[in-house]
Design a protein around this ligand. Structure first.
Ligand code: PTJ
Length: 256
């Protein structure tokens, strides 16, 4: 927590989040490219009014239903996600339960080790990654993300990804897996290729997911969850999220 950002600053949360990423970069969790990727996300979040939309709440419900009704769900973690949401990742993975796999685009053994340590500090046990002994290759993918754990992403039926480049989502869908994406950009390849896309900032979406999973586990049965996940219309969700951003832009233009 940076103390030089006044708590009453109108952009307090956004500035603290930036500081969290910079700290993550300085401590070796986040790649330098990750800082740039966050800037792109910020621009989309600005257009969203930095609020979780009603469409994203529905997408979150479908995503939670999909994770809870999966036989082998995996949460894929990269540098930015770990720096922003490590406690929530561990909490969500315990609640579902789902395995955590560290899978990096700009891979280095040291960064993987640090991310694993960060997650373990928050209570994670047995995170998977390319440091583990059993690995497989995602067919048709040439980036470092192709190397995945045999008992994790490779054999998972549902995989949740965040801040992702589009190639892996495409390759995972081609393998017959269901992909849930957390992505502020509703027109990214990841967003359009995933089965369920939560167009929201991970810092807002993850705490909501934890609440929704808790509620679903208490109140709903497996048929409800399978049905909700199956009938989710991602095209409609992305169109609505994009329209919301356009409306936000129009409001800005009118008020200039
Ligand atoms: O840690 P590594 O090596 O795996 O690196 C990961 C990065 C983020 C560098 C890599 O995956 C990358 O280059 O991602 P892209 O292609 O820039 O895509 C990132 C997507 O995440 C963009 O569509 C952004 O709009 C979106 N995004 C950025 N910040 C957030 C976000 N989505 C949700 N919450 C955010 N806070």
């Amino acid at each position: 927590m940076r103390t030089d950002i006044p708590i009453n600053h109108p952009r307090f949360i956004s500035l603290q989040t930036r500081a969290q990423l910079v700290e993550g970069f300085q401590s070796g969790l986040v790649s330098s490219e990750g800082l740039i990727a966050h800037g792109r996300g910020e621009a989309f979040d600005y257009l969203l009014g930095e609020k979780t939309s009603e469409f994203s709440v529905s997408a979150i419900e479908a995503a939670c239903c999909c994770l809870l009704s999966a036989t082998h769900p995996v949460i894929s973690v990269n540098g930015n996600f770990a720096a922003l949401c490590s406690s929530e990742i561990v909490l969500l993975s315990n609640l579902i339960p789902a395995r955590i796999e560290i899978n990096l685009f700009h891979r280095s053994a040291e960064r993987e080790r640090l991310i694993n340590q960060e997650l373990e500090n928050k209570g994670a046990k047995n995170c998977l990654g390319s440091f583990s002994t059993k690995s497989d290759i995602i067919p048709g993918l040439s980036s470092n993300r192709r190397i995945v754990h045999s008992d994790g992403i490779y054999t998972a039926d549902v995989i949740m990804v965040s801040l992702e480049d589009g190639d892996r989502t495409q390759a995972l869908v081609e393998m017959g897996k269901k992909v849930i994406a957390l992505d502020l950009n509703p027109i990214s390849r990841t967003a359009r290729t995933a089965n369920i896309t939560v167009v929201d900032n991970v810092i807002r979406a993850m705490p909501i997911m934890i609440n929704v999973v808790n509620k679903l586990k208490q109140e709903k049965n497996i048929e409800y969850m399978q049905d909700t996940a199956y009938h989710f219309d991602n095209k409609k969700n992305l169109t609505n999220s994009f329209k919301l951003m356009l409306q936000g832009l129009e409001r800005q233009t009118i008020s200039i």
